[in-house]
Design a protein around this ligand. Sequence first.
Ligand code: SF4
Length: 299
Amino acid sequence: MALQLPASLTPSKVSTFKDCALVFRLSAIDKLPEPASLQAFKGTVVHRALELLMWEEQPGDRTPGAASVKLDRALEELRAGREGAELALSGADLEQFVTDARQLVSNYFVLEDPNQVRVMGTELRMQVDLGPPPDESHVPATSRLRLRGIIDRLEMDENDELVVTDYKTGRAPGQTHEQSRLGGVHFYAFLCEQVLGRRPVRVQLLHLREPLAISTTPSDQSITGLERQATAIWAAVKRACLLEDFRPKPGPLCDWCGYHAFCPAKGGDLALARAQAESIPRLGATVAPSQLLPLPAAG
Ligand code: SF4
């Protein structure tokens, strides 16, 4: 029996599939939640704090003090969620968590002056379907490729051109991994062009830990390359679903993987995954609406 295809591909699903196909299956198809991680939770809190700062505060009011207040609010909101409840931070652990998160937010101000940024949107959810519509090609809707992504921030530069910004709270990739991480960036450029009808002139990654900014200019070549790569990965996912063949790929990422109990390479039992997946109630997704201002006409 073939496995059900995932509903879409996102930048993180693409990199998960390339890193370890079994993790892709367990997270994107079986939808087994990984245990909450301190690092991931910190990233979520810092993203939310910066979203609140850039969306709610006007230029001139985006100060380190305002950012600190947003961070407190973000932490309060998110501690009530699944990850926050599971981690149940308190005492010295909570203190250390807040100190580290404050440092990341403070590092953000080293990378740019937020008062100079013309924010047009934050947390923008975009999706695009690739390939001919089902009624024209008789392709079943479920086998078409849907690309989805959330753009942390969309802004206008001084020439009224679009710029996409993505915040990163983990370590910046070494030179050898930089190109593969920039693949996610081209993904955002592609979505932006398809959904808004305008290609961003720049996509930047703001690595808050170092702090370090990496930026790239999307081109015809990078956009075509992204589409080709996403189509190839989707073909590989379809094949793996049909054959139920998502192989583990042991490597350095195993140290951070929460699926050892299901991974044959770690002595786990994959049969447990299906049983556990079937026992999880599927709730309707709750999605915060995207925030986007009307864009000025292209120059
Ligand atoms: S433990 Fe390693 S090989 Fe196994 S699923 Fe996780 S990342 Fe893949």
